[in-house]
Design a protein around this ligand. Structure first.
Ligand SMILES: [Zn+2]
Ligand SMILES: [Zn+2]
Length: 342
């Protein structure tokens, strides 16, 4: 599938990602192995080049980046190796061992970089897929009742689309995201939110499932994977609604659907990054029916059917009990059935 960020073919169908997981980050017999201390500076200006198999151990990739940071005057040589930035592996999944990275398998999040240096990294470090300038805030929507347009990080070079692979009871899901516009998640062996959704579905047996703040669609698509006949996903943030629709297509082989239609492309949605009145962004029809809206979840009831629904409101910040009680109360005023915060 065509990538809306780089225009290349960097988005695969779910099975293409799932098939390569067992070997994508494993070494060949010739791969070198040097474990570096992340809390101290790189010992000298040395890094190993990729193996003939095309892969390189993650620590050597970090050594290479460190040397570039030194040459570019971003580092003085006193910084620990980990100060290079946060590595976001593509595809991300629960791993027991650190990876041997093939080409285009890492999005680097770093606070220090300029566009020029990021472009040099993309030219010279084959494992790096994209370089994103990070900041001291959470990108995308963290408050669902936010007024105004949320902050994002800046893609400096390359492409920052990457996938996370999540385990569900019925099998895996592949969730793509644009890293500069969404908050960071690390797939773990056990995902408590997916588990909560599955348990509620088992006890409630819903005809309709609503994922009211869908992010990239993880919980709604997990519900669809459980076979819920009607799934409605919604997010107020254009990037989230877009990637929910795209991820519906990426994982379509797991659902009983015939067609997926996207009603907007990325550029069209981006013109109105925040929309209150829900607008239909994507739709799938067949034995299962799925809809993706962009809008304020407080207005989502205007497009919901007049039946009992099981709804999840996945809040980024849920420690404030008064706020969450209010959110659930407001939902129950308009929608019958059950609602929960995972
Ligand atoms: Zn791309
Ligand atoms: Zn090798």
């Amino acid at each position: 599938m065509k990538c809306p960020v780089c225009g290349e073919d960097c988005i695969k169908d779910a099975h293409e990602i799932i098939e390569v997981l067992p070997t994508i980050f494993s070494r060949c017999p010739d791969c070198h192995f040097r474990i570096l201390d992340k809390n101290t500076p790189l010992p000298n200006r040395f890094y190993q080049t990729p193996c003939t198999c095309g892969k390189r151990f993650i620590d050597e990739v970090y050594a290479h980046l460190y040397v570039i940071f030194l040459e570019e005057g971003i580092f003085t040589g006193d910084e620990p190796l980990k100060a290079v930035g946060t590595p976001l592996i593509h595809p991300g999944f629960f791993m027991k061992l650190p990876p041997f990275l093939p080409r285009d398998s890492l999005v680097l999040l770093s606070a220090h970089l300029t566009k020029e240096v990021a472009e040099r990294i993309i030219r010279e470090v084959p494992e790096i897929k994209g370089v994103v300038k990070s900041d001291d805030f959470v990108p995308g929507i963290s408050d669902p009742d936010l007024d105004g347009v949320p902050n994002t990080y800046t893609l400096l070079a390359g492409c920052d689309i990457r996938a996370n692979v999540f385990e569900t009871k019925k099998g895996r899901l592949v969730l793509y995201k644009e890293q500069s516009t969404m908050h960071i998640e690390f797939p773990r062996r056990f995902n408590p939110k997916i588990d909560a959704v599955e348990k509620r579905i088992e006890s409630f047996q819903p005809e309709y499932f609503v994922d009211a703040c869908s992010g990239v669609g993880t919980l709604g698509l997990a519900a669809a994977r459980m076979g819920v006949p009607h799934v409605i996903m919604n997010d107020i943030w254009f990037a989230a609604a877009f990637w929910t629709g795209y991820n519906l297509q990426v994982n379509r082989e797991f659902f009983k659907i015939d067609d997926v239609t996207m009603y907007f492309d990325y550029a069209e949605l981006e013109k109105e990054p925040i929309v209150k009145e829900p607008r239909l962004v994507a739709e799938a029809t067949g034995a299962q029916e799925m809809k993706v809206f962009q809008g304020d979840y407080n207005l989502l009831h205007t497009v919901l059917p007049d039946s009992r629904v099981l709804a999840v409101i996945d809040l980024y910040e849920k420690s404030d009990l008064t706020a969450t009680t209010k959110i659930l109360g407001r939902w129950r005023e308009h929608v019958s059935g059950e609602v929960f915060i995972p």
